[in-house]
Design a protein around this ligand. Sequence first.
Ligand code: PLP
Length: 405
Amino acid sequence: MTTTATARVTGIQASKRVENVRYAIRDLAVLADEIARQGHKILPLNIGDPLKFDFATPPHMIAAVEKAMRDGKNGYAPSLGLESALEAIRDEAERKGIRNVQSVFITAGVSEGVDLCLTALVDPGDNVLTPAPDYPLYSAVLAKLGAEPNPYFLDESRNWEPDLEDIKVRINARTKAIVLINPNNPTGNIYSRKLLEQVAELARQHNLLIIADEIYDKITLDEEETISIASLAPDVPIVTFGGLSKPYLVPGWRVGWGIASGDAPAIGPFLEGVHKLLRARLCINYPQQFAIKPALEGPQSHLAEMAAKLRKRRDLTMKWATLTPRVTLVKPTGAFYAFPKIDIPEDDLTFVKELLRQKHVLVVNGSGFGQRPGTQHFRIVFLPEEGVLARAYQAITDFMAERYN
Ligand code: PLP
């Protein structure tokens, strides 16, 4: 066989690194597409995109981007981001109580920011403390980098707060950082001041970077305030992530940012690495950055409207969970996710696939996020309108009654 023929037979192989990249949220969508092609209407309780439901982008943000395009802001942007947007983010950092800010940079969503920061931080064999359950981006990026997720448990019996004792025993010589998602995806929980102070102290003692993913900090459903961990520990190296995707209803624009704070000698060397990577990838979308300042400084009324809708949907979700045998649910107070525990005699991936095949309701299996061994969960996105949610919940109840009783 010639060399060309051999290449054709074996194909171009994907790298070993991507073998461990998993993203359950999107992976399940493949099965859903198959079922939709068979003519079934799917009830989508799986993807956290508010724009797929009755939420709309604030018009003044669209106007700002349109104007930027017409004004010829269509070239490359500065690598760290548009200066007026960076200024607005610095002001936002101040409103969040974050001091000792060493750098602010704009990325293609929080997703790119996480990718760049982890790339600048870890070498193969290093590990990063990631929550279990987790938002799967973190373990996917770490897998790509040949680093290890070092999962610490969130404690369902204590309102899904991080299990501090579990974190302590997992820190080792190769641990570089701890990821905190607050408000949390997939549990919808908001962390207490005390917990945040304790995590900051651990990071201080063990020389860890804190990666604070606060993309949902403006989506709160009750009176509970969200506290930025960086506001409690100005000395500790922390990158706080935020963005337009969720609070400002433009996930497709891909605009996020990182606020790096902490004592300069401690965070400086890592930041040099981040800046290098930011320059190497040139910049993110230029026109969309013109929406950052109007978003952060303009009318915020859509946030209250969003919270009012989500509160009703959360309450409906709680009511369903309370009334349904085999289901228990810690009340979500932030973001738009619920992570009910299900007492079933099979694994939760089988549960969600069969639910999809039989009732056409799409949720994501708890095992796709990581969970305590022996427990089963699934994640609900309660963004859809009440009518859709009610139909989906009835279908889940029927499915469970038919399958397990
Ligand atoms: N972080 C968390 C916790 C998320 O839930 C999501 C999206 O669902 C992201 C980051 C990604 O955000 P972005 O659209 O800014 O990349």
